[in-house]
Design a protein around this ligand. Structure first.
Ligand SMILES: Nc1nc2c(ncn2[C@@H]2O[C@H](COP(=O)(O)OP(=O)(O)OP(=O)(O)O)[C@@H](O)[C@H]2O)c(=O)[nH]1
Ligand SMILES: [Mg+2]
Length: 325
């Protein structure tokens, strides 16, 4: 099946509209994985490109490279064991044949998390969460641009009222994307912004409302409680909303970043993950650790700082790109 058909077949209203667009996105992900491919994953690819027999040393080396590649110890052991089993079941003897087994197990880690999306709600409400600096506001700008260019009426809500300039930053993205924004002054109640936005979205018949949230509050204040409050406000007005809670994880923060993100998953009812800054790391293996540890589907990949640097995630293309295929 072509990438376009795979992405479109998922049923999301965010899928690329044409084959060419799907290919452009695939190329962006591929380019973002350049450094990974030149480094650790290139070495894995080489290890599994020969007709040498499979040995214990081969598995040890794979394990070491995966761990260095930010796949994480647990996910690495899981992946290597599954691959070994698959090789045994299929009576695979040569490294070159094991390559396909390894790739298939990687794809499976991602696909285990696929979630069917029903996107008929209007407004479709997306809550974007994540630690400070993860790339939330940037992702929102990219999503607004994307949906807008697909003919959707998009609105942004600046519910990060804590950090100075947070709303200004979102406003810059709103202008770039050419969509309206609902905001209040710094220090205002984030819940009040969400209230305003829900009113405005209903009044203006908005298709997609995207809510930016704080990545950090005063130390004594509980961020998770604030996110829960925002969710409840939304839910009281629109019973099955938010339709999507997107957790943004910075690919350059390593295993520690994944650990931090886990706290959000547990308290913010996260439905999907966006991996930002894939272009900024040589350790693209982090995506495997994220899928396995966060147990949510990776939906988007951030491939740069520009408004169009966004790609829909596709497991098979991602794994192919890691292996340089
Ligand atoms: N290279 C690269 N940089 C990115 C990407 N996404 C975000 N950034 C950069 O990461 C930095 C932080 O991004 P923001 O979008 O402000 O992050 P945030 O999560 O909203 O941060 P807070 O509002 O402080 O919680 C900015 O300098 C962005 O340009 C990406 O995909 N690639
Ligand atoms: Mg922000």
């Amino acid at each position: 099946m072509s990438l376009f058909k795979r992405l479109f077949g998922r049923g999301g209203q965010d899928a690329p509209r044409t084959e060419a667009e799907a290919q452009q996105e695939e190329a962006k992900v591929e380019q973002s994985l350049d450094k990974s491919r030149q480094g650790l994953f290139g070495r894995i690819s080489q290890l599994f490109a020969t007709d040498e027999p499979i040995t214990d040393e081969l598995w040890d080396e794979l394990e070491e490279l995966l761990i260095q590649g930010d796949v994480g110890v647990e996910t690495t052991l899981y992946l290597v064991n599954r691959t070994k089993d698959r090789c045994n079941r299929n009576a695979v003897k040569k490294a070159r044949e094991a390559r396909e087994m390894l790739k298939a197990e990687m794809v499976r880690i991602f696909q285990d998390q696929v979630r069917p999306t029903t996107l008929t709600a209007r407004p479709y409400i997306i809550l974007v969460v994540g630690v400070n600096g993860a790339g939330k506001t940037t992702l929102i700008g990219k999503l607004a641009h994307r949906y807008q260019s697909y003919g959707k009426k998009v609105m942004l809500a600046a519910a990060d009222t804590f950090r100075a300039a947070a709303s200004d930053q979102l406003e810059i993205w709103a202008e770039r994307a050419g969509v309206p924004i609902i905001r209040r002054e710094q220090g205002a109640d984030a819940g009040a912004v969400v209230f305003d936005a829900l009113d405005a979205a209903a009044e203006q018949e908005i298709d997609i409302l995207i809510v930016d949230t704080a990545g950090r509050l005063q130390a004594k204040y509980n961020l998770m409680r604030e996110l829960e409050k925002l969710r409840n406000i939304i839910r009281r007005r629109v019973p099955d909303a938010p339709h999507e809670v997107l957790l943004v994880i910075d690919a350059t923060t390593g295993q520690n970043g994944v650990l931090q993100a886990k706290a959000f998953r547990d308290s913010a009812d996260v439905t999907d993950v966006a991996v930002s800054k894939l272009d900024g790391t040589a350790k693209g293996g982090i995506a495997l650790a994220i899928a396995q540890d966060i147990e949510r589907p990776i939906r988007y990949i951030g491939t740069g700082e520009k408004i169009s640097d966004l790609a829909l995630f596709d497991a098979q293309s991602f794994v192919n790109a890691l292996f340089g295929e």
